[in-house]
Design a protein around this ligand. Sequence first.
Ligand code: SAM
Ligand code: SF4
Length: 483
Amino acid sequence: MLEFQHNTKLHDETRQGEALLLEKTPQKSNGRKLYIESYGCQMNFSDSEIVASILMDQGFETTNDYNDADVVFINTCSIRENAEQRVRNRLKEFETAKNNKPGMIVGVLGCMAERLKAKFLEEEKLVDVVVGPDAYRDLPNLIEQVDDGNRAVNVLLSREETYADISPVRLNSNGITAFISIMRGCDNMCSFCVVPFTRGRERSRDPESIIREAKQLFDAGYREVTLLGQNVDSYKYTVPSTGKDADAPNSEPKIVNFANLLAMVAEVNPLLRIRFSTSHPNDITDEVLHTMARYDNICKYIHLPVQSGNSRVLKLMNRTYDREWYIDRINAIRRIIPDCGISTDVITGFCSETEEEHRDTLSMMEYVQYDYAYMFAYSERPGTLAAKRYADDVPEEVKKRRLSEVIALQREHSEKRLQEQIGKTHVVLIEGFSKRSDQDFAGRNDQNAMVVFPVDPRFKAGDYVRVIGERCTSATLIGRIID
Ligand code: SAM
Ligand code: SF4
């Protein structure tokens, strides 16, 4: 399938199917090994860390070779049909390993597990256990059921589960950047999207536990956290009144919104960079933008999925904003944070989209000049509002042709935006060596552009350096340290 994604980390194509390894081994080993690989968005990778943490407490070690594992988990994505197909193909590859090692447990976790539920066990004979995203605490019990010779399913969705108390373990970490889930689920019901069905109702995590996690990460040497949620702008946590405040015994419960949370995390330490994803055009407020402008350590970068540039299509998509509203939000970003990087998601060929409406998406891209984009041809998902209400009537080749037009335009804009960075000075957090050479460091600037520059022995991963941009490739800025 034709798809194009810059590697901006939210959905990192290079990490799809990556086996995740724990930094630590458990204190008390049970002699069993877990192999876990993840697909889809960053939320899934973050969930795999919760799964590993729960199983590490049970004494499991991790391995990056599924042939060597006692438990093989695949954390799945349902967002487009090709994501599901990828998982089905992968399961076939596990078959020989399981035949060679009869006690091996194969489990399917995440969105596809939630979507297909027990049907998965009927369809894939190899699978022993099916676990939805809100049921990971039940894993030790489910594994026990399989050990006893049964097949097990738990796909209960919860209105409360945020895994707030599960102490974070980091998998395949660079030791510098980490993700923190601040909420789960989604209440938006965009008509094309399966997420509300696979991840359940939206719920926000206790801010105290978020701050605690950010502090622990900082103390362990991490220098950047990305706050994750399907719609971070609707983060809302009501801190219960304790009644203990002598000055205000009957005080109202305190509400923490996303702008408040951003400020709280930013105050953990000025050397801790904050990023977040995903913002929703309907809900992003000027208060959030002013908070970003106020704190130097909140990165000037917003991922604001537009999906379509046409108001009629946006209405069919149930996105709850129109073209004018989206443009107003872009104008607000440019006014309040003039140097902000902006990226987006685009879907081409949604039900009944005309040529003219497609050109509205191109003209929106021209207006905004996005730094990056994740671009997809519409893929009908069973059970969604669009699947029930609208015909998937744009022919596949038209969807793909429109997608290639969107991709070509975005390439131009990405290059142009990078070229504008040449000659400017960027504060870059060194994440490690570049992929190509250990003679070069790699890191990101505030706007989330990847910057590569020659190693300077005075600096190491986790340090901030000032880098002047000298030239660029299509996706990377190349420069040198000027400190
Ligand atoms: N919550 C985020 C939002 O509102 O933008 C992201 C949700 S989803 C994990 C990431 C992106 O996948 C969406 O923004 C959308 O562009 C794309 N997507 C979702 N459902 C799709 C579908 N049925 N076909 C094609 N692309 C889809
Ligand atoms: Fe899906 Fe819309 Fe929720 Fe994003 S906001 S997860 S696109 S329903």
